[in-house]
Design a protein around this ligand. Structure first.
Ligand code: SF4
Length: 198
């Protein structure tokens, strides 16, 4: 399947998740603290290369893919390279929010299934402690059937777009690198896509 087609399908999945997440956030009242990007600094974030294909394609269309790949090849950092550290201008957050991955969209507002098949909201300490009452009532509501995005269901849908790129979980910077390599290899012997293909 072409890169543009896969990018379109991944973006459709993101759109579906946006709708489901918005409904969950509205019903639960839970929300990220404005400007917070703390979860992006965790060195243990894992993602599939496929969820960053839209990001890689966007960079490629803008002539930035090779430069980013060089940076990724040189880095020893385990923190997501898209993350913009805090400065006098901001608190530190995603440097390319529009093209963030599936894991970034799910974390905080989605559930894992535990060994008893119960859904457990996976969110951060800041939300758990700062919005404790809401967190507890939401956890109870989930047990009673409140609809919430589920990690495994979204990753299963991602796998169906491209099993090879969607079924592996790698440290986030390796996933970014593989997404860029996929796009660069694909277009190594093909004409540059026009914007309408994007
Ligand atoms: S892509 Fe953006 S939201 Fe996702 S981990 Fe990296 S900096 Fe955070």
């Amino acid at each position: 399947m072409s890169i543009a087609r896969r990018v379109g399908l991944v973006e459709n999945l993101f759109h579906q998740l946006e709708i489901e997440s918005a409904q969950f956030q509205q019903k639960s009242g839970l929300g990220c603290v404005a400007g917070c990007g703390k979860c992006c600094t965790y060195p243990t974030i894992e993602a599939s290369p496929l969820e960053f294909l839209p990001w890689a394609f966007h960079l490629f269309l803008n002539g930035e893919a090779e430069k980013m790949l060089n940076t990724l090849n040189k880095t020893q950092s385990l923190t997501c390279l898209i993350y913009t550290p805090s400065s006098i201008l901001n608190n530190g957050n995603c440097g390319n929010y529009k093209y963030r991955g599936l894991i970034c969209r799910l974390f905080g507002f989605a559930a894992n299934t535990d060994k008893y098949q119960n859904l457990r909201l996976a969110t951060c300490k800041i939300i758990k402690e700062g919005q404790a009452a809401n967190y507890t009532s939401t956890a109870e509501a989930i047990q009673k059937g409140l609809s919430i995005p589920v990690f495994t269901e979204y990753y299963m849908q991602l796998n169906q777009i491209d099993f090879n790129m969607g079924n592996i979980m790698l440290p986030v910077n390796k996933a970014l690198k593989m997404a860029l390599e996929e796009v660069l290899q694909y277009y190594a012997y093909r004409p540059f896509p026009n914007e309408s293909a994007a």
